[in-house]
Design a protein around this ligand. Structure first.
Ligand SMILES: [Zn+2]
Length: 91
């Protein structure tokens, strides 16, 4: 069961991270938080091997930052307990 945590994930926009830039794996989308955020959408993230823009689009489509994590991400029930403030990704 996920608990409410204070920091917003740069990929899925849920408040799912205990701290930022600590290489924590987001339990909602499986993005590894290397500190990158919306101001660097088109930079390839080292640990994630894709851009944040691509990961955000993946999340909108399949609920995971990357298709390889699709089976690992939080269920709809687990997500329901978390706060989310969705931010727009401009293409
Ligand atoms: Zn996330």
């Amino acid at each position: 069961m996920l608990v409410d945590q204070p920091h917003q994930c740069p990929c899925c926009d849920y408040y799912s991270l205990r701290e930022r830039g600590a290489h924590e794996i987001c339990p909602v989308c499986y993005w590894e938080d290397d500190g990158q955020d919306m101001d660097r959408l088109d930079e390839v993230s080292g640990p994630n091997h894709i851009t944040l823009r691509r990961a955000r689009l993946n999340f909108e489509r399949i609920g995971a930052a990357d298709p390889s994590a699709e089976a690992l991400v939080a269920s709809a029930d687990e997500r329901a307990g978390l706060r989310r403030e969705q931010r727009a990704t401009f293409n």
